[in-house]
Design a protein around this ligand. Structure first.
Ligand SMILES: C[S@@+](CC[C@H](N)C(=O)[O-])C[C@H]1O[C@@H](n2cnc3c(N)ncnc32)[C@H](O)[C@@H]1O
Length: 250
């Protein structure tokens, strides 16, 4: 399935908002005031919008899935933020080289089928002295556990390169600096979280369809692993979710 068809399954806008904090935290942590920025695989524009809110001089959000870009544009307009939205593959962005001081991608370019080309494209778009910063899920913690639980049912699926520092350096080069950060995911319960994923998150919707009769058992395993990653606090279920931030200086 091509990436645009894949990512329009379910509704990324609903589940993506559950893990929007890393994009917002990234834009807050980097001093983006006055910078020209590009957010690759921007989805509903969580990170692009945060870059604009934090005073970037310009923001371009690039994605291959038109309905997600349309939602991104709606959100930016509602917030009166000026962002340029561009429908393109992250491995071939129709912008000149050295267009930006900062190129970001939160849980985005790591999903490109040709990751070396995606990283090379991010570097090409960055000016000398600028940086590329992208995020991926840590192998431990909520999303690593979810991926491994599903992978047990799809043994042919390759282990992702972006879950380890060594894998990231192999793709992004030996100078890639990888650090781990956390954010707090807050949901009503593990069951609610899995129900949302099952209904709206493309990878889980498609996995459930493909497992057919075997999905209820896999679903039960998912609820169990999610339960093991967090705790009930004041009627909510809270998880400290680890993720990796990779920085490439140009
Ligand atoms: C997990 S979502 C992340 C979206 C957003 N960055 C965020 O943090 O919410 C992955 C995004 O990557 C986009 N994507 C996947 N492959 C792509 C490609 N080859 N070129 C451009 N966008 C791509 C999808 O359309 C989707 O919006």
């Amino acid at each position: 399935m091509d990436p645009s068809s894949f990512w329009r399954v379910g509704d990324y806008g609903i589940v993506g908002d559950l893990w929007a904090a890393p994009g917002r935290d990234l834009a807050a942590a980097l001093d983006v005031r006055g910078l020209d920025t590009i957010d690759l695989a921007t989805g509903t524009g969580v990170t692009a919008i945060a870059l604009a809110r934090h005073g970037a001089a310009s923001v371009v959000g690039v994605d291959i899935t038109p309905p997600l870009l349309a939602e991104a544009a709606r959100r930016a307009e509602a917030a009166s933020l000026r962002i340029t939205w561009l429908e393109a593959d992250v491995t071939s962005v129709p912008l000149p080289g050295a267009s930006a001081d900062l190129v970001t991608s939160t849980f985005g370019l790591v999903f490109a089928a040709e990751p070396r080309r995606a990283v090379a494209e991010a570097v090409r778009l960055t000016r000398p002295g600028g940086q590329v910063v992208f995020t991926s899920w840590s192998p431990d913690g909520l999303f690593g556990e979810v991926r491994r639980t599903m992978a047990a049912h799809f043994p042919e699926a390759p282990a992702p390169w972006h879950e380890s520092e060594a894998g990231i350096r192999e793709v992004a080069g030996p100078l890639a600096a990888v650090t781990e950060r956390h954010f707090e995911l807050v949901v009503a319960s593990p069951e609610t979280f899995v129900a949302q994923m099952e209904q709206w998150s493309a990878p889980i919707v498609l996995a459930a369809r493909s497992l057919g009769d075997r999905w209820p058992a896999a679903r039960g395993q998912l609820v169990d692993v999610v339960t093991g990653t967090g705790a009930v606090v004041r009627d909510t279920f809270r998880v400290q979710v680890p993720y990796l931030v990779t920085t490439l200086r140009r």
